[in-house]
Design a protein around this ligand. Sequence first.
Ligand code: BGC
Length: 479
Amino acid sequence: MTSPNFGASSTPALHTQKIKPIVYFIGIIAALAGLLFGLDIGVISGAQQFIEKEFHIGDQQIELIVSALLWGAVFGTFISGILSRHLGRRRTMLTSALIFVAGSLACAFAPGEYSLIAARFFLGIAVGIASFTAPLYLAEVSPQAVRGSMISMYQLMITIGILLAFLSNTWLASYATFGGVTGGHWRVMLGIIAIPAAIMFLGVLFLPESPRWLFLAGRKEDAVAVFKRMQLAESEIAAEVHDIEESTKIKQSGFQMLFQNANFRRVIGLGIGLQIIQQLTGINVIMYYAPKIFTLAGFASVSGQMWGTVVVGITNMLATFIAITLVDRLGRKPIMYAGFIVMGLALMTVGFLFNADIAKHPNLGFPAIGALLVFIIGFSMSAGPIVWIICSEIYPLTGRDVGITFSTATNWLTNAIVGMTFLTMLSTLGGGNTFLLYGGMNILFIIFFFLFVPETKGVSLESIEQKLLAGTSLKRLGK
Ligand code: BGC
């Protein structure tokens, strides 16, 4: 669940107020960006073995192919603030949809490994732009009553995207040849994403511009016209306009704050730390390299491995609901502690089982996969969604866009480092020790959480901001 939440409520509240179908249309189209982002994360795991065979390449090049997308996303995140400010949210989303289409096709037709790396970097720019702009647009355009649920929908779409990519890979891999070419499936796997990307492009053409951006651009009349198009009642329009006028009085001056305000730098450090932790849990090792891990667990058949990825995708999506339902009842920290404990124990179990030499004891393969799934549940119920939620709550309003740029870029950067090192870790440390290391790190994460992370459940964003600027310790910013 990767989603900046720009000052919107993090509570996926279900309100009974009547929301018009057009609002849902807007939500679904913008959330398609989340789907694409999930598709691009998920697609590479199943494509790898075919790419490896066609280009006769080794681990290092595969790591580069996997991580090029993530480096592109880091770059995309950094430019998206500027693009969405100058072009508007809608045109920025259109740009990212175009890059999604062109990038997916460029991957599908890449003649060699280096052009594939370049095409994945290019595609990554779209992922980075979309991961910043779509949630920003959603937060700005949705009526307050459904803002939280709209953003949760976007987050859920990412996990659905990952699952769909796993399903489509599994289906495509079941053919011995594709288009008359043996092993040519990977091109279709990567290229097929151009279809949902084109749908997103067409859908975004029909979306209105964000009223908040129109206000910032001095186009108040156009902003009101958008609310009318969304069939809001006069009183609702007046309330939205009032809110926007109030919030646009606050100038975004994050970069200035970065140099002048030590409290702001502290909280940026917290956001960066949280995102590093989220990625160092090792979740994407499984998202990118699941078939490889299944091989380590003794499952040699390609179709068995591909179905394994589908089970991973379903578990990842379903466990997200645990967080959605509990995060505002139990609080962020208890769920995070529970998640870290589950993730730590599960990965250490995987590590011990792998070290026990599965080749000699094939009956250990199933418990190892079981433990891996328990790890996924631990992640999706905690660090997956909650890190994004906390990152959306801790920054003061004036620096929120800069804060979120830093934490989102850190997410992609650490994601890239994890993607780039896993196969090398496997070949140098061995499967067992690699997972023991990832599992053991959870102890450090728990200590970090205990020392630095505030409980933000039920605390207003204003109160967090006041405490931060008054110099309160990070841990006490919430309750
Ligand atoms: C993470 C992604 C990850 C996804 C898995 C997100 O919260 O930021 O890196 O792939 O969860 O569902």
